[in-house]
Design a protein. Structure first.
Length: 185
């Protein structure tokens, strides 16, 4: 039942976005009675939170190019292309929209990002082990600084993000890390 509701939630987000998401449509699509959906998930916010929990548990393909520059660029490109993906993009955008409008969804999105940043920080840990970055660098902050310009362009400035833009964001984060701006101490 839970998987059917989660999949229905994702399908509804893809088709209708956050503003078009409803318990009734999710119930109909999943084959689960709407009173059960209300009882278990409480409403749209609970559906969003549960779908984000599912997404956060999915493995994230961490690049391993042999250099911190290649790995950081790879992560930022994954974020950029994820929003360009015809199926993932609308769902990801709906999660961000939901988080901007609902505290429960915002908490769930925060937890999702905590998990993603932890997974992605592996590229920075490897860079420290290889001597490419100082051992005092805040590994998660490097990731946050690298991907932040993508989110700014997409959700604040409403601008497209090119491959060059993504590479520049990764390079700026790397320069800041090497300059000691992103130390964790």
């Amino acid at each position: 039942m839970r998987d059917a509701v989660r999949q229905a939630t994702l399908a509804e987000l893809l088709e209708r976005g956050y503003t078009g998401l409803s318990v009734e449509n999710v119930a109909e699509r999943s084959g689960v009675h709407k009173t059960t959906v209300y009882r278990r998930w409480g409403g749209v916010e609970g559906l969003i939170s549960d779908a984000l929990e599912l997404a956060g548990a999915e493995p994230w393909p961490i690049p391993d190019t042999g250099s911190v520059e290649g790995d950081l660029r790879g992560i930022v490109q994954l974020v950029r292309t994820g929003f360009d993906d015809p199926e993932l993009g609308p769902v990801s955008s709906a999660f961000v929209a939901a988080a901007m409008q609902n505290p429960s969804a915002a908490r769930a999105l925060h937890e999702f990002f905590v998990a993603r940043h932890e997974q992605s920080a592996e590229v920075v840990r490897r860079a420290v082990e290889r001597g490419e970055l100082p051992d005092v660098v805040d590994v998660k902050e490097v990731i946050r600084v690298a991907v932040a310009p993508v989110y700014y362009r997409l959700f604040v400035a409403h601008e497209p993000v090119t491959e060059r833009d993504a590479d520049r964001a990764a390079d700026a984060a790397l320069a800041a890390a090497r300059a000691g701006v992103l130390d964790g101490v």
